[in-house]
Every structure is written in C-alpha cells, then in structure tokens.
Design a protein around this ligand. Structure first.
Ligand code: NAD
Ligand code: GLY
Length: 358
C-alpha cells in the first residue's frame, strides 16, 4: 500500500492507494473515530461496492444514503436531504460521513459533512478515476445551482482518502478516459517525466492495466497533495490545476453539459490553452503537438465542434470563476511541466486559438 500525506499545518491526512483497499477493513477503520457512519453513495455504485464494505460497517451504527445517479442531482436540495438524514440518525460530532462514489457523491457528501455541526469527518472512497486523482483530494466540496456549476461550497478537508484502483474495473470506458485527461493535465503543468511515461503507457492505461493505473494515480495524487499543501485556498499555485478548465467549462456550457464529459471538455480546453500559449510565444508548437497526440492516444476528443462559435465561447469565458475585476485570467502553458496564470490576454489571440482548435 502507498500512503501519501496531505500536510496542512495542524491538519494532515493520509491518501492511501492499493488495489483491494476497500476490503482492508483495518486500514479503513483507522480513519473512523466515532461509532456512527452515514454512507453516502448512489444507485449505481452502491450495489457494486457497498457489499465490500458491509463487514466493516457492521461494527458501527450506520445508515446508507443513496442519491440518484448523475450531475443533475448535485444540488442543495440533496445536501439538505443528507443533513436531514444525519438529524434523523441523531449524528453526533464524532459521526463520520463516508463518500463512496465519483466526484458528484464526493463533492456533495463532503459539503454535507462540512455543514453538519459546523463540520464532521468525511472519509472519501473515490470510485472514478477522476475522483481518485482530483476531486477526493484537496477539500473542495460543494454543489451546483441552476445558475452555474459548483457555485456553493466550502473547503472541508477529508479525514482520509482511500483509493482502490480495483473499482475502476466496472467504470465505463468514457469515464475512464475522462479521468485520464486530469492525469495528463497534472503531467502537463507539473511533471515532464510523467508526461513521457503517459506517452509510453497510453495503451496499457486504456487497457486498464492495474500496475499502470496505480502508478499514474499515485504520481498524480502526489502532485495534488503537494500543491494543496502549498496553497489550500487557491491564492496561487493551486489555480494551475485549472489548466484547460476555463475553455473546457465554456465548451461544456455551450453544449448544455450533455455532449462532453468534464474530462473530455478539459482535454479540448488544454489544447486551446496550449495553442494560445504557442501563439503568444510562451510555449512551442512541438509541445502542443505532443499534447494533442497523447490526448488522442488516450481516447479523448481534441477538437471544438465546428458549430460552436468563438464569440459564443469568449462570452462564456467571461462567466468563469477566475475572472477578477472584469479581467479574464487564464492558465497558460510554458511547455511540458510548466504553467502560469496570465491576466488580460488579448481577445484576438483567444479567438484565433479557438478557430485553430475546430
Ligand atoms: P460522477 O461522480 O458523475 O461519476 C461518473 C459516473 O460513473 C456516474 O454515472 C457514476 O455513478 C459512475 N461510477 C462511479 N464509480 C463507478 C464504478 N467504480 N463503476 C461503475 N460506475 C461508476 O463523475 P466524476 O467524473 O467522478 O466527478 C465529476 C464531479 O466531480 C463534478 O461534479 C465535478 O464538479 C466534481 N469535481 C470536483 C473536484 C474537486 O476538487 N472537488 C475536482 C474535479 C471534479
Ligand atoms: N480540481 C481543482 C482543485 O482541486 O483545485
């Protein structure tokens, strides 16, 4: 088992990674301090993996709370339902929420844990690749509003994160590839060695080779843990984790969140950001070509659908959460392994990069 630690001054927590970890009840019990557990999951994941946890759960007073499946259910109403379940349960300050599922379950369950009695323990048990390498680590919790995604939330670090790559065996292919996009993002902004390794191991990853997936997860989470420890509340380096996300969000929004998974839109978004960076003389075209080839090899889309107009996407970029004092702030690329936040990028250059990405 690999154990990484997220160091946040007074609070530090382990991220443990090992195939079969969901069945390692001694390890899981080490992160549970009270006797009451609310297990938040959804109707897809619970039938697959709740039985693995059952012998552990039977040592506690516990209840399941199952959400319907899908991003549409990441709502404040459902947070209120989880809080209602905690109240019915008589959950005390030392109760824990266990979040078993992808990022939707993890974000919502983490937010409910942040709110109950001003914050109780949440243990993250991510079951999608995206949640393993990104959403479960770092303490960003929250839900969507009709006006936009992730508009309400709180920073609430988990008590512990347990990553069992065996759960990826049942993940649909597109979801696996979407998670791979976030690993590429991490390599692109922070790790040229990982980038090379991904190029060499793209086929193994797509074939769900367990040692390859475990290596990619461990390396990626190591970077996330370091970045979160350095900048928990995103005043600096943590913003780099949004590489490709401003363009990605605009593409998701322009396609009504139905055509692309988040990771797929981020893949296209990273390429737009890379082209823009090359256009501005920050990165070279060879790095952009390598990024495009790697994303394609990992089964990810690389082009903006032609019916999406640059002006429409630029309009949507203005709604990005990173806009400050009316100025667009984009994560631009300095080549493989380096990125930076740049404010006030020329709209003509953005328009050209969007056109070149169709
Ligand atoms: P998701 O939670 O919707 O899961 C994707 C699909 O896979 C769902 O249908 C789910 O039921 C299913 N699933 C999950 N695990 C499975 C398994 N092992 N086998 C079979 N099916 C399985 O989506 P996601 O991509 O995991 O997460 C996306 C969410 O994460 C978004 O809401 C996004 O905002 C959030 N997010 C949060 C952070 C953060 O830092 N908190 C970072 C990135 C993304
Ligand atoms: N997913 C971006 C972050 O955790 O900051």
């Amino acid at each position: 088992m690999v154990t990484l630690t997220v160091e946040l001054g007074a609070h530090r927590y382990p991220v443990r990674i090992a195939p079969g970890l969901l069945g390692d009840h001694t390890a899981l019990a080490s992160a549970i301090h009270g006797h009451q557990l609310l297990v938040v999951s959804n109707t897809t994941v619970a039938p697959l993996y709740l039985p693995t946890l059952q012998p552990l759960l039977d040592h506690y007073q516990w209840q399941p709370f199952l959400l319907p499946d899908g991003e549409a259910h990441k709502t404040f109403d459902n947070v209120a339902r989880v809080l209602g379940a905690l109240a019915e349960f008589g959950a005390s300050r030392d109760a824990s929420v266990l979040a078993l599922g992808g990022g939707v379950v993890g974000d919502l369950a983490g937010f409910a844990a942040a709110l109950w009695m001003r914050g109780i323990d949440c243990v993250q048990l991510p079951t999608t690749l995206l949640a393993m390498v990104d959403a479960s680590v770092g303490g960003k919790t929250g839900v969507n509003l009709p006006q936009g995604k992730n508009l309400i939330g709180a920073f609430h670090q988990p008590r512990a994160v347990f990553i069992d790559p065996l759960t990826l065996a049942t993940l649909p292919n597109r979801e696996l590839c979407a998670g791979l996009a976030e690993i590429v993002k991490m390599a692109a902004i922070a790790d040229p060695v990982l980038f090379d390794w991904l190029e060499q191991n793209a086929a193994a990853l797509r074939a769900r080779d367990l040692p390859a997936l475990t290596h990619a997860i461990t390396t990626s989470v190591g970077h996330k843990a370091r970045i979160v420890a350095a900048d928990e509340h995103e005043h600096g380096e943590r913003a780099l984790l949004n590489f490709g996300h401003s363009f990605g969000h605009a593409i998701e929004s322009a396609t009504a969140y139905t055509r692309f998974l988040h990771g797929e839109a981020v893949a296209i978004g990273m390429l737009v950001a890379a082209r823009l960076s090359a256009h501005l003389g920050l990165a070279d075209g060879i790095a952009t070509e390598r990024l495009a080839r790697l994303l394609a090899a990992l089964g990810l889309p690389t082009k903006i659908p032609p019916e999406l107009h640059p002006e429409q996407l630029i309009g949507l970029l203005q709604l990005d959460k990173k806009v400050l004092a009316g100025q667009l702030r984009l994560i631009l690329w300095r080549g493989i392994g380096r990125a930076e936040v740049v404010a006030g990028t020329d709209h003509a250059a953005i328009r050209q990069s969007l056109l070149d990405s169709r």
